[in-house]
Design a protein around this ligand. Structure first.
Ligand code: CO
Length: 134
């Protein structure tokens, strides 16, 4: 069912420093920071030949990643995102398999303007999983 790895998201305490690590130390192509107020994050996209890394930093008071950063003060891997062709079909399949879909179960518009859902980390080897319809 899942297709390509769309991105790996890493929460960072300092976006400028994290951007420098990916740009200067690792030699990757790194975007400027983008504020996504609807998602409560500021993101930097790192373009790799086969996928993307998203560096995330909390934006605003109700950021969904604020607690993660409190627990992981030096940052850490937050989620992986897999592509699916049909997010509703994917959701229904996952639910039928006993997986827990977070939120109200209805897809939201993700950081790339496409429908996304998040899946409970306890059902996926301890890793928060995002699925994105492409
Ligand atoms: Co994501």
């Amino acid at each position: 069912m899942i297709g390509k790895l769309n991105h790996v998201a890493i929460v960072v305490p300092d976006l400028e420093q994290a951007s420098a690590v990916y740009r200067d130390t690792l030699g990757a192509t790194v975007s400027n920071p983008q504020d996504l107020p609807d998602h409560g994050v500021t993101t930097v996209f790192v373009e790799l030949p086969n996928t993307k890394i998203e560096l995330l930093h909390p934006l605003g008071e109700n950021s969904p990643i604020a607690k993660f950063l409190e627990k992981n003060t030096s940052g850490g891997m937050h989620h992986v995102c897999y592509e699916v062709e049909d997010i509703i079909a994917a959701r229904d399949h996952l639910k039928a398999q006993g997986a827990r879909v977070l939120g109200n179960g209805e897809p939201r518009t993700g950081a790339h303007g496409k429908p996304v859902l998040f899946l409970h980390p306890k059902d996926f080897c301890g890793t928060l999983v995002e699925i994105e319809e492409v």
